[in-house]
Design a binder for this molecule. Sequence first.
Ligand SMILES: Cc1cc2nc3c(=O)[nH]c(=O)nc-3n(C[C@H](O)[C@H](O)[C@H](O)COP(=O)(O)OP(=O)(O)OC[C@H]3O[C@@H](n4cnc5c(N)ncnc54)[C@H](O)[C@@H]3O)c2cc1C
Length: 243
Amino acid sequence: MEESRPVPIAVTFSRELSPRARRITFSGMTLIESTKPASYLSLFFEEPSRTWPPPDDAAKPPKRTYTPRYVDASCESITIDFVLHGDGKATDWARTATAGDVIWAGATSGGYDLPSHIDHLVFVGDDTAIPAIGTVLESIPRNTRKTVIIEVVDEDDERQPSDIALSDPIWLHRGTDATDTGIQSLNLIRSIAVPSNTYWWIAGEREAIRTMRDSLVRGRGVDRGHISLNAYWRLVPMDPRER
Ligand SMILES: Cc1cc2nc3c(=O)[nH]c(=O)nc-3n(C[C@H](O)[C@H](O)[C@H](O)COP(=O)(O)OP(=O)(O)OC[C@H]3O[C@@H](n4cnc5c(N)ncnc54)[C@H](O)[C@@H]3O)c2cc1C
């Protein structure tokens, strides 16, 4: 399917959420093709040609995927929380973005289809998943039983996924070595006590979350249909042609 034409969005405000996270608010409105929780959009970090799609692949600007944490169609504004993880096109851009800077954004798409009846929902995510967890928490019935497990570098990066849907996360600290990502989450979900009809929403590093899924399915007998698995980033960088 042809990608819908991205639109320019301009930074209006940027502030630190934690030592490794910035919240950036943009003016401009993308196409809203999904209003589901944990939907996402593509950001393009160099101004593409005004004709879209660009004439050939080589002309495509670098693209990264982010969660629109807040979308306000009436004010035409979008807010995105960026994790500053080290070096990367998006991270480098977000670290220094100031009012007036312009990038391009694609339509919102995808997102989590909430199961029709949830006895218990377990969220397992790292810092990149905090915005998406926030949107899901704000979409489920208030009395839904839930467990929220979030892995961050250290306690300075603990930030609540939502100000209005309180969740009391279990915080795990992985340290600064990215290769340790997911290890503590995996150890916890192997043994954490949950009711049998539990759904799992998991997001983070691609291989780490696959290991978590396999552990749940093989080790705990969890039905695959009860697991929503969301690869948010890759420790082994993706071939640029796959982006
Ligand atoms: C559906 C979806 C929603 C997402 N929502 C968000 C969001 O709301 N906020 C957010 O911050 N991210 C989000 N992400 C993750 C984000 O797209 C990736 O982290 C992306 O790789 C960052 O791009 P970059 O240019 O900074 O780094 P890249 O150029 O992609 O990677 C550069 C290097 O950094 C490493 N790297 C990339 N991400 C991380 C990380 N998080 N921690 C440690 N090392 C990393 C890579 O392995 C690589 O070695 C989402 C991803 C998806 C698929």
